[in-house]
Design a protein. Structure first.
Length: 950
């Protein structure tokens, strides 16, 4: 990364500014731009004019005078006449600006006439000047001839300095040979007229007066001469005209009168800033201007060197520093305005305090400083560019997406590290390569150019996003899936010079998404589609089939007795079994069918485009068949069957829920009717189900509304006809007094789970009642309570018994639990444990409905039983049917053999009773003795006698 200049940057840009300032001071010091300064001065002078003083009059030796008096020089007595008339006229002072330094042509008498006039006047100032004497090879002062010099009121020098460009701008108030002994001609006139001599003279002093050599012309009190305007400003009277006898001499009263030549050819005319070379100004008029200037105190002082340098520095320092340090446009404007400000200042100085400051050096430096500003601005821009490039570089390096830039022909120019990782190529390797080389597109090659969208981006100079995810291989051949966007790299004209590709690698994301989707839609045990995917496919299938005459069938398959297997094998064994079942089911299906697992032991198969319902039936049979061979699990041979319910769209339902529910109903019917079979859903099933559901809802309410009661039926010991116990039997007494028998609602309660709270209530109520009777009637009265299979399996029977015993205070020895054969056979180990625990408390256990189940005698031996209750079906014909009698006899003998009490239920007649007595039955129960009675009725019955003799 290139190092960014920052800290000392401003110092760097200050150097050129300081350099320029020094250059400015140098230029200012040695007046290197004098020409330009003069130009400025002249331009200003031309504009800053003033009206001439009206007390100055020029007597002009003009063409008219020459015409009158003939060729120059004239006899000097004419000049004498002029001086006389001027004196008569009352002129304040007469500056006679004509050289009379040699004897005239008319001879000395003529000269005398002139010198006498001068003497008479007493107010004539005569000129002196320096002249090169080639004979003596030195300068010499030329004064008027001695008589005139003596007669003159004063002598003044008429030396005017011409600048190197030949223009007369300055005057020296004192000048002389070796020493500036002469006042300037106009100053001499002023002094004569009373101009305060005490006042210090204006002008720049000559600092080298002391070292001046005697042969040199020395000047002092330098001033710049501000002119009143172009030549011809001052009041001018023609020489000849003035001498006209008719001309009033008094026009010159109290005036400064300057006499001099103005006629072309005669005049010592000089170019001035106001007149230029084309219209030179006569010496007399220049003297008039000097006179006017001095009289009015308007002399302009050239600024001193020190002043010039300080002022230049002052004017330059602000814009230069601003230019150097700040690169914005405002600074440029502010500093640029100094270009106007500087000459304006010079003009103001000139006009207001009569000081001339030559501004050219400062102006030039200001102009030159513009490149400094530009340079500074450029440097700043470059710094910024570098900075931004560095930032962009870091950004590109740190972002996770790949960035590749190309030229207009799609060749790689740059790749960031992410793109290097993505493609497997280093930046160096990739530079100059075609995009296709480093991003080898894996698919859709046949569809033409893979990077057409990049070209499109370059052609249209617009961002183009690739519509689909691109699949390509990196250098090592690994596959990547990426989203690619191309943006144009434009030149200043907006034309695309290349493209920048943003590549976002979504391979991992896609993979994770796929995995997640798979997990969300598949069962993790069998890898079959789960409920959500099944429902999805089913609803899709319904949509597709809606407009055709075909059907959709779903086969709801529930494994029979899977819970038993699961308990036996443990969960991992159960899971493996489910996997095997899944495999077999899939094998039986077509590839287009969906075999899904809903959860537990439930599978659903979805058949689409069913034209004939027999297809579904055949498949169901195939399932039953394919499940027949035993499943081998760790040397165990396991046999499984399934119950299958089938529902069909649109016949059995038009939506997913309905179809699933009805297939479930059909499956339930199969379960009820013996399992290992299949059934199509029918409306009758539905009716039954509806009825059952209604009953379930009512039963739930019944429990809440206390519509359930317990009736009690006495149990009589045959040896002494004593009531030794009662059996609690549930009754549902409806609002209208109808009594619903338990055979109708207990199965519903079993299925819905309502049996659990119900059973708890029965336990509590029966034991509570038993306690009352024990206290009131017979303390050894036993309470037989029927235990439901589900309550036995799922409820916390031992815990509830303990609670009931504690709550009611009943002696556990008086509780008899009636359990059906089927129930204990379902889970022998658990049954034995519960029974043992209960017996430890002192209770007894009976097998109800004995003979209807398939108890193995060997098992029976293991159970800690107390009593067998022979099922009513054996009792019904006991007195008429020898077989029944035989069976009853066998049971009684066997029971007694096992040390158990044998009871008979459903005894309705005396002959049945007699038979049982004969066979040695211990206890009987039946309508012959008593119907099951509400507690109050039984209380009164028992209160009468505890013996029922019939
Ligand atoms: P179960 O335990 O075998 O009860 C004997 C059934 O035979 C009772 O029918 C009783 O009223 C009836 N019965 C008794 N003597 C005679 C007779 O001489 N002739 C005829 N025809 N019937 C007689 P119920 O009360 O309708 O009960 C039927 C079954 O409902 C019971 O059979 C029992 O399995 C179940 N059950 C009754 N109450 C409960 C209970 O609270 N909990 C549980 N889990 N099941 C109960
Ligand atoms: Mg019973
Ligand atoms: Mg029974």
């Amino acid at each position: 990364m290139r190092k960014v200049r920052s800290g000392n940057a401003w110092l760097g840009s200050l150097f050129p500014a300081v350099g320029l300032l020094i250059l400015g001071l140098l230029l200012s010091y040695n007046q290197g731009l004098e020409r330009f300064d003069r130009f400025l001065y002249d331009s200003l002078s031309r504009h800053i004019t003033r009206p001439p003083a009206d007390n100055i009059v020029i007597i002009a030796i003009d063409e008219e005078s020459l015409a009158k008096y003939g060729q120059w020089p004239w006899p000097r007595h004419i000049h004498g006449d002029l001086i006389d008339k001027l004196s008569v006229g009352g002129a304040k002072v007469i500056g006679f600006d004509i050289i009379i330094s040699e004897t005239g042509r008319e001879g000395s008498q003529d000269d005398t006439l002139f010198s006498e006039a001068v003497a008479r006047s007493g107010r004539v100032i005569m000129p002196v000047f320096a002249e090169w004497n080639p004979g003596r090879n030195r300068l010499q002062v030329r004064k008027p001839i001695p008589a005139v010099s003596a007669a003159a009121a004063g002598l003044g020098h008429v030396d005017f300095e011409l600048d190197s460009d030949g223009i007369m701008r300055r005057a020296f108030l004192n000048a002389g040979l070796g020493f500036p002994e002469w006042n300037a001609f106009s100053l001499e006139m002023l002094l004569f007229a009373g101009f305060p001599a005490s006042k210090p003279l204006p002008g720049r002093r000559n600092t080298s007066l002391d070292s001046a050599s005697p042969g040199n012309w020395v000047r002092d009190y330098e001033i710049l001469l501000p002119f009143t305007g172009k030549p011809g400003q001052f009041k001018r009277i023609s020489y000849a005209q003035f001498l006209d006898p008719d001309f009033d001499p008094y026009v010159v009263r109290d005036k400064f009168v300057l006499v001099g030549t103005t006629a072309s050819g005669l005049s010592d005319a000089l170019p001035t800033p106001v007149s230029g070379e084309s219209l030179p100004m006569s010496g007399v008029e220049i003297n008039a201007n000097l006179l006017d200037t001095l009289e009015n105190g308007l002399a302009v002082l050239p600024i001193s060197t020190a002043g010039r340098l300080s002022f230049t520095a002052l004017l330059l320092i602000f814009p230069l520093v601003a230019f150097a340090l700040f690169a914005n446009k405002t600074v440029q404007i502010v500093a640029g305005s100094f270009l106007v400000f500087i000459p304006l200042t010079a003009a103001l100085l000139l006009v207001k305090i009569h000081i001339w400051y030559p501004p050219a050096a400062a102006m030039l430096i200001l102009l030159l400083s513009y490149p400094v500003w530009v340079w500074n601005r450029l440097a700043q821009l470059v710094r910024k560019l570098f900075q931004e490039r560095d930032h962009a570089d870091i950004t590109l390096k740190s972002i996770g997406d790949g960035v590749i830039t190309t030229d207009a022909s799609c060749r790689v120019k740059y790749m960031n590290p992410a793109a290097e990782r993505l493609t497997g190529y280093s930046r160096r390797e990739a530079e100059g390569c075609r995009l296709e080389t480093i991003l080898r597109v894996a698919e859709k090659e046949e569809e033409g150019e893979p990077f057409a969208f990049v070209r499109q981006c370059i052609e249209t100079a617009d961002i183009v996003q690739q519509q689909e995810e691109a699949v390509f291989h990196d250098k090592s051949g690994r596959k990547h899936i990426a989203c690619v966007t191309a943006g144009p790299l434009k030149d200043h004209a907006g034309k695309a010079m290349g493209a920048v590709l943003g590549i976002s690698d979504v391979t991992e994301k896609n993979y994770a998404l796929e995995k997640l989707t798979y997990q969300a839609t598949h069962d993790f045990i069998t890898n079959l589609p789960n409920r959500s995917l099944l429902f999805d496919r089913l609803s899709q299938a319904i949509l597709r089939t809606r407009r055709s005459d075909k059907s959709v069938a779903i086969l709801f398959l529930d494994l029979d007795n899977f819970k038993k297997v699961n308990d036996q094998l443990g969960h991992s064994g159960g899971d493996r079994l489910l996997q095997m079942v899944g495999v077999r089911l899939k094998k039986a299906c077509r590839s287009g069918d969906t075999v899904a697992r809903l959860g537990g032991d439930e599978f659903v198969v979805l058949l689409e485009e069913v034209t004939d319902l027999r297809i579904a039936a055949t498949l169901a049979e195939k399932f039953i068949h394919i499940l027949q061979p035993p499943f081998m699990l760790d040397d165990h041979e396991l046999f499984l069957t399934a119950s299958i319910g089938i529902s069909v769209f649109p016949k059995d339902g038009t939506d997913v829920d309905m179809l699933m529910k009805n297939a479930d109903i059909a499956m339930y019917e199969v379960k009820k009717s013996g399992r290992n079979n299949y059934l199509f859903f029918s409306d009758r099933m539905n009716e039954l189900i509806q009825k059952r559901l209604r009953l379930e809802a009512e039963l739930r309410n019944a429990l809440n509304r206390a519509e359930l009661r317990l009736y009690y039926q006495p149990q009589i010991r045959l040896s002494d006809n004593r009531v030794i116990g009662v059996e609690a039997l549930l009754r549902w007494v409806k609002d209208d007094g109808r009594i619903i028998p338990p055979t109708l609602f207990i199965p519903v309660a079993e299925e819905s789970g309502l049996i659990l709270p119900l059973s708890e209530w029965v336990l509590q109520t029966a034991c509570g009642q038993a306690k009352i009777w024990q206290e009131q009637i017979n303390e050894s009265l036993r309470m037989s309570i029927n235990i439901s299979p589900r309550h036995f399996r799922e409820g916390n029977l031992p815990g509830q018994l303990i609670k009931v015993i504690r709550d009611t205070g009943i002696n556990p020895e008086n509780i008899d639990l009636e359990i059906t054969e089927g129930l204990i056979m379902q889970d022998i180990d658990r049954s034995v444990t519960i029974m043992r625990d209960f017996k430890l408390l002192g209770g007894t256990v009976s097998i109800d409905d004995f003979g209807t189940g398939y108890s193995s005698l060997s098992y029976l031996k293991q159970f800690p039983l107390d009593k067998l209750k022979i099922d009513k079906s054996f009792i019904d014909d006991i007195d008429r049917n020898r077989k029944d009698e035989g069976l009853a006899k066998t049971i009684i003998t066997m029971g007694h053999g096992l040390g158990l009490t044998v009871a008979a239920e459903g005894v309705e007649t005396r002959s049945q009773l007699e038979k049982l007595r004969q066979l040695g039955c211990d206890v009987v129960q039946g309508f012959y003795y008593s119907q099951p009675l509400p507690p109050e009725a039984l209380t009164s019955l028992l209160a009468k006698s505890q013996f029922i003799n019939k």
